[in-house]
Design a protein. Sequence first.
Lengths: 331, 283, 263
Amino acid sequence: MRFFKKTTWAPSLRRLSGLRREEKQEDIMGLTDASGDLAGEMEVDAFRRLFPLRFYERHLLESIRPDARPLGKARDTTMALGAVASADGSALVKIGHTTMLAAIKMEVMTPASESPGEGCIAIDFHMPPICSPLIRPGRPAEAAPVLSKQLTDIILSSEMVDLKELCLIPGKAAWMAYLDIYCLDADGALFDAALLSAVAAFSHLCIPAVSVNDEGRVFAISEEQIEGKSLKEPLNKGKRKLTLSCTPLALTCILHKKYILADPTAEEESIMETLATVVLDMSGRLVSFYKPGGTFLAYTSAVQDCISLTRQRVKELQEILTEAIADLELD
Amino acid sequence: MAGKSSTYSLKKQHRLKKPLFKDLVDWVRPDTRGFHQCRPAFLRTGAVNAASGSAYVEFGSTKVIVSVFGPRESKKAMLYSDIGRLNCNVSYTTFATSIRGQGSDHKEYSSMLHKALEGAVMLESFPKTTVDVFALVLESGGSDLPVVISCASLALADAGIMMYDLVTSVSVSCLGKNLVLDPITEEESYQDGSLMITSMPSRNEVTQLTLTGEWSTPKIHEMARVITTTRWLRPYCDYIEDEGHLRSTCFKLHPELRPKNGRGKPRIAAISEVPFSSGEGGA
Amino acid sequence: MEVDRVDGRTPNQLRPLTCSRNVLNRAHGSARWSQGDTILLAAVYGPKAGTRKNGNPEKASIEVIWKPKTGQIGKEEKEYEMILERTLQSICLLTVNPNTTTSIILQVVNDDGAVSFLENYVMFKMAYLTKKVQLLPSAINAASAALVDAGIPLKHLAVAISCGLEESGSVLLDPTKLEEQKMKAFAYLVFPNSVASILPEASLQVEGELLEHGMITSVTHGVMSVDSYLHCLERGRSASAKMSDFLRRSLQSRVPNDLPKTG
């Protein structure tokens, strides 16, 4: 269903439907006869565009969503590790149509004097104009800085990556991991997809083998050089993979009246505005419960339901992640 | 973030036998291609669901995604216009190049993309409105602009924007005595001169020809021979013909553009003429 | 549960609150909110004609502008703006003034201590943990008082509270900066104010729970167990009742003086 594609026709449909509003409602109430011709289809489509909320509530009554998902089910999720060859670690993640490309580039820095034995992670989330019709070049999306802040917050506070592992020479050199996440297609639940892609990129990350020259500058050495043993031992031998503990994973839910819709699409997000994002780590601890306002209030039962939905989802995502890593090792 | 200024990216110790290209006639390209051979390509339309039309193209390690939005309302500040507008933007991801970049817009490529597509799109078919063509280079592996242009024309076709023909593009690098087709970054960095040609294959028309660097007249003649004999102008269309559904996507909205008879003969003559005249102008 | 707090408060005790309304002359509504050493000034302008870009013309839109004590706004402030915007949108009756924009400007006057921007990236994590919990709840309280002062139609007030979770698992309400440093996690929660109504209590309940028990906004930092979070939720709820009493008192006291500001 290419929802946005029909945007251009909205004005004419609006005019058309103004005349026959009542009939239309009856149509959607399940009275459409079996004629099922093109005209009938247009009517449902028009109803969807004109009264989106009623269209959705009618579906919710039947515990189903327009894309045929049950309320608590997330969309199909796929993952490809190592999508970008020019980065040290990368992953492409798709949740439904929402597509995220995350890549990590490692650079060397002098660690801060407060923490000489630690490296750093800098996370940036980008929404280029290709991802959504609402974003124009030159005017960055409002959501992008907020999301990069949230991602930084979650990834650092969950302590998924031990920053000490990013140290090369204490006080002299440490890694700065630049994680850039690009949204290639925005269709709801951006935070979930972005976090998943970030986690996947970290699990794909292979830190380049380096050595240090007489001036104290770190340089990369190639695989042949390591094997040829023509040079001194690489500086970070055996430390080229990060050990990831307590990986955080997220699920966004819509709260609408008494319904909870997991993993919303962009259309659902625009119609029902109360969102809650739960982040749990692998051991089931709560990393974040994020609900920025919204018309509907979250009562304890809803909070608990969201958390248990997230628990299930985290298990699913974990499996997908493990599978992707196993596939990578096979190659 | 703070500290950005103090980081540096790793320098590989270059052990490459550097300008191996220069004077030898029979060197091997880094990816073992023939001089007049394109990189393996992968093309797919409908990559971005949120866009009206989109395409993803991979040429070797060059990966590009293009979204087309519209026709939609022009910016408020724009004056009335009888014909539609084409708005192009090319940007790079921060990790596209080997050294981490800023991920900013590429102004030069944006305007070149605009010029390359302008002649092919039937602007009069969407008066007063704008079609936005946004490209993002996910990974840069050389010949970026030609790949962006070809990808953009696929995306425009996917969006159902009326065009006279698909637009295909390729670049040729002059390396010492040799001409290499579809150069990769490494070859581009050693080139003496480069040429990019953008054409509408079914109509035998060139929409853009850019010539930079050092070209001698005999080289231009040779280049003209190369591009007319190696059928490079048709890689995308060949591909599309192989993949029946893609071709139908391209032409589903303007079947009148479907080439009627066998392709080939007149084109060669036409193309060999165009680069000649333009090439001499540039040289 | 006895925890000795540096300033001698009990775990459930809030810092001293003051709220004064109508402190700015030119704004349509304003409030000054202080909570311990945290002081914020909120000004409301509007409703002005026209919605924001891409706004729904059938509803009023709310715009929040955050002014930090020093320096320019960065990603953190953008996030505050977004959270405030969404939170205030949910307490306003947006359909009363369709196609208008109400701007709320929040000026940080004092943020309990000296932590401003730390250039050091490594300290970044610490820096926002301490900043956030201090400012956001106070900002929400200040903004909702200013909205009342401006006469913007509201469904109810937003009462914000911050909870700190200690290593031992006990919850401290409204922690100061000094205390925050020792905490492992925070939750700051926003609830509707308690309703004083002549209606029978049952009619105010939503699915067996009081309206004021529903949470408008929740933002957390740091890792905690799910049970601790639910515990925070409960403690926050009971504290919000006190806070909403305070708000009610301080807002009512001004009503007789509320003469038209302009002739």
